[in-house]
Write a protein that binds this ligand. Structure first.
Ligand code: RIB
Ligand code: CA
Length: 315
């Protein structure tokens, strides 16, 4: 079977970085057409640099990386250095990557790629605020014909919010973009906090990753060893939720996850609950089932997959 064509739209971010490694470790399953970056965890000039660093670490300096939107569609930008550190990928030393930044804007790359793609042939994997993808859809709604599926990290149902009492960070940063993406009419698999909080990067799991021993695995362990500090203090949990790799893991092993078709609607008006994702899990409304909500994951199977995939990178 030919590998699935994907575009990963991200805001690295340690967990975005692990999602990139997981995708780059799976060339038989995923053909990464490009990595597009967006302002999110840290400003755009850092997220694009961080994505290019991950390509260097993985030996994939050939992968095209694009910089996209430096602020949300409507709101002012908010960031998350308090979780990810000033670099966005604290835990490893930053360096100027060899992987070049493409001159083309990420939104132009997304529009052009989808305009030239066959029907339902490209999967979009947003793991940050969905500004780039929403801007592309606004520019040319016809590009949606080429979208096979959108597998997003964002939103929350039972878990509540992480950046506000009622909103998850990616959706809160750009609720207007999230609303456009979730209501775009193409198949959407939504990975929210309810499932990502089931895959905690415990010390034992980070040690398993470190013991893989190659540069990518060691960099992953080093980043996760920083990344979990905030969440373990906040939640009293043993390890941080490994949010973004859940998207790529679902594409590789959907059997590890449980999903349910339902409606997800985004609050874009209220100051109190801006960015809240109202997930109608029990179908109590007649709202259209616009997404597949992911609500359960085999955590051990997830980490087995991650360790197996990180081992493919040579020393
Ligand atoms: O709320 C978690 C999400 O926000 C993750 O994608 C993390 O990288 C941040 O972008
Ligand atoms: Ca992210």
């Amino acid at each position: 079977m030919a590998p699935r064509k994907v575009i990963i739209d991200c805001d690295p971010g340690q967990d975005d970085a692990v999602a990139l490694f997981l995708a780059m470790a799976s060339p038989a399953e995923l053909d990464v057409l490009g990595i597009t970056t967006v302002a999110g965890n840290v400003p755009l000039e850092l997220t694009q640099r961080n994505a290019r660093m991950m390509c260097d670490i993985a030996g994939r300096t050939d992968l095209p990386v694009y910089a996209g939107c430096e602020k949300p569609l409507v709101r002012d930008a908010i960031t998350a250095e308090y979780i990810h550190g000033a670099t966005g990928i604290d835990g490893i030393d930053v360096f100027e990557p060899e992987t070049p930044l493409q001159a083309q804007h990420a939104v132009d790359f997304i529009v052009e790629t989808l305009r030239n793609a066959e029907t339902a042939s490209v999967t979009l994997i947003p793991t940050g605020p969905m500004t780039n993808i929403a801007a592309a859809i606004q520019r040319d709604p016809a590009i949606l014909d080429a979208v096979e599926r959108i597998v997003s990290m964002g939103g929350a149902m039972r878990e509540g919010g992480n950046r506000s009492p009622s909103a998850e960070f990616n959706v809160l940063v750009d609720p207007h973009a999230a609303d456009i993406v979730y209501r775009c009419g193409r198949p959407v698999t939504a990975m929210g906090l309810d499932v990502t909080h089931q895959v905690l990067s415990t010390r034992e799991r980070v040690m398993r990753i470190r013991n893989v021993g190659n540069a990518v695995a060691v960099a992953t362990a080093d980043m996760l060893s920083f990344f979990h500090r905030y969440d373990t203090r906040k939640y009293g949990s043993e390890g941080a939720p490994l949010h973004d790799p859940c998207t790529v893991a679902w594409l590789l092993r959907p059997d590890l996850f449980a999903t349910k078709a339902c409606n997800l609607s985004v609050e874009t008006g209220s100051a109190l609950t801006l960015g809240h994702t109202a997930v109608d899990f029990w179908h109590v409304t007649d709202r259209p089932h616009n997404i597949d909500w992911t609500y359960e994951v085999d955590a051990e199977g997830f980490y087995d997959l991650l360790v197996e995939k990180l081992a493919v990178f040579g020393d």
